[in-house]
Design a protein around this ligand. Structure first.
Ligand code: THU
Length: 160
């Protein structure tokens, strides 16, 4: 048997340590929680995507009585950005979540399906996406999806 060790390196930053650009994206994600429709979970999630030209596209989770028909904030934002500006690569993505008025203390953790979609968007534009996961105790920063989704399914796997 061979052991394969996987190392994930991410940063935890305070808001003040982030660049103005990153901070603005996190603020946009926090603001985007106002567009959440979450009558079932009451878990309000916002996401903000920065494109190569500096513009920001936001999304929020949208729930449905048929639960699996709903969509997370991350995919809502990413798909909207890619549909509106298919020629502009996605540079970064910020996510924030709150229950009632209180944002989570720990950085929100995107679900597996959203991680896979982030990976797909990275592949589409050929560059890692900077990920900023907001918590009031700190912001988890990952330069690309790789640390959050090692051993993922990629384009190349379709050809093997
Ligand atoms: N949700 C998101 O929008 N993003 C995440 O990263 C985690 C979960 C949503 C899906 C559902 O509407 C609610 O939060 C509870 O799972």
């Amino acid at each position: 048997m061979k052991e394969y060790r996987i190392e994930a390196v991410v940063q935890i930053c305070q808001m003040a340590e982030l660049s103005e650009e990153d901070r603005a994206l996190v603020e946009a994600a926090k603001q985007a929680t106002c567009g959440s429709y979450a009558p079932y979970s009451k878990f309000l999630v916002g996401a903000a995507v920065r494109l190569q030209d500096g513009s920001i596209v936001v999304g929020a989770n949208q729930e449905n009585a048929a639960y699996p028909s709903g969509l997370c904030a991350e995919r809502t934002a990413l798909f909207a950005a890619c549909a509106r500006q298919p020629g502009l690569p996605v540079v970064s993505l910020a996510v924030a979540a709150r229950k009632g008025k209180r944002f989570l203390a720990q950085p929100i953790s995107p679900c597996g399906a959203c991680r896979q979609v982030i990976s797909g968007v990275e592949e589409r534009y050929g560059a890692p996406i900077r990920i900023l996961l907001y918590g009031t105790d700190g912001v988890l920063v990952s330069d690309g999806i790789s640390p959050l989704l090692p051993l993922r399914f990629v384009n190349e796997d379709l050809k093997s």
